[in-house]
Structure formats: structure tokens, C-alpha cells
Design a protein around this ligand. Structure first.
Ligand SMILES: [Zn+2]
Length: 149
């Protein structure tokens, strides 16, 4: 099952990644969990809003770490409810690294949420991939990203 991004959200995540380069950026993804799957694979998630969040880490660690505080989750839940959307996932950037999760990403990941990673190579946004934690929480399952038009 793919993760769908509206065209403007695809663009917004790329711009965030480029703005933050060479540091990692991160934020929440909001949308509708019951969106129709264009491939008729039984439903997909459509992301229609993002909430960029401040990277809480020290500058030295920003190259390869992102951290989200519990208060960030609280704020995101409130904004989702106010916008009548669901909090569906988290995006972050990989400056000069491929759009695949690191061991740290796996250790930080929560069930249910979709994790989108944008690779930013030499300051230019490249691939965006999406993943979900497997049920045994030992690995990520590749989800793929599709642009909703
Ligand atoms: Zn990562």
C-alpha cells in the first residue's frame, strides 16, 4: 500500500528538506486515513498537511539525528483535530544520504505511523520514500510514495 502525497505536500517536504540542508529537518504529516487508493489496492493514506517541527538536537548531531518531543506530538494531535484530519506520520530529511531508514530511525519508530524520508543531495531534494514499522517492530516495510493529482 502506497502513501499518497498531494502534489503541494510533495513540494513542501522537498522545500523543507532543502531549506534545512545540511541539517536534518522533520515534521508531522496529517491527512485522511481512508482515502481511495488509485490502484484499487484496498485504500491508502493521503497526506494533505504538514507541520514542520524544530529539530531538538544539538547542532553537531543534526546531520544524522532527528528527535521529536512528546509536546510536539501533543501539539500535532491538537492541530489535526482542529483541521479534522488524522495524524498519520512523520517526515524527515537525509542530507547527502539515500531515502532509506537508518538504525536510529528504526529505534525511534512507532507503530501505525508512516515515515517519509526525503533524500537531499548537495542541497537539492531527490527521492522521497515512505516506510512503516513491521508488526514485530524489527524492521521497516517499504511503502512507496505516490503523488495524488
Ligand atoms: Zn533518518
Amino acid at each position: 500500500m502506497s502513501l499518497y502525497l498531494s502534489a503541494s505536500i510533495d513540494e513542501a517536504i522537498r522545500i523543507e528538506g532543502e531549506k534545512g540542508y545540511p541539517y536534518e529537518i522533520c515534521g508531522f504529516m496529517l491527512g485522511a486515513a481512508q482515502a481511495q487508493d488509485q490502484d484499487q489496492n484496498g485504500g491508502g493514506w493521503l497526506i494533505t498537511k504538514i507541520l514542520p517541527i524544530d529539530n531538538a538536537r544539538e547542532t553537531e548531531a543534526k546531520h544524522n539525528r532527528f528527535e521529536i518531543a512528546p509536546t510536539d506530538f501533543m501539539r500535532a494531535e491538537r492541530e489535526a483535530i482542529a483541521a479534522k484530519l488524522d495524524l498519520l506520520g512523520i517526515y524527515h530529511s537525509h542530507p547527502d544520504h539515500p531515502a532509506y531508514p537508518s538504525q536510529f530511525d528504526l529505534e525511534q519508530a512507532l507503530p501505525f505511523y508512516a515515515y517519509a524520508i526525503v533524500s537531499v543531495i548537495k542541497g537539492k531534494a531527490d527521492t522521497i520514500n515512505a516506510f512503516k514499522l513491521s508488526e514485530d517492530r524489527l524492521r521497516f516495510d517499504f511503502q512507496g510514495v505516490k503523488i495524488w493529482r
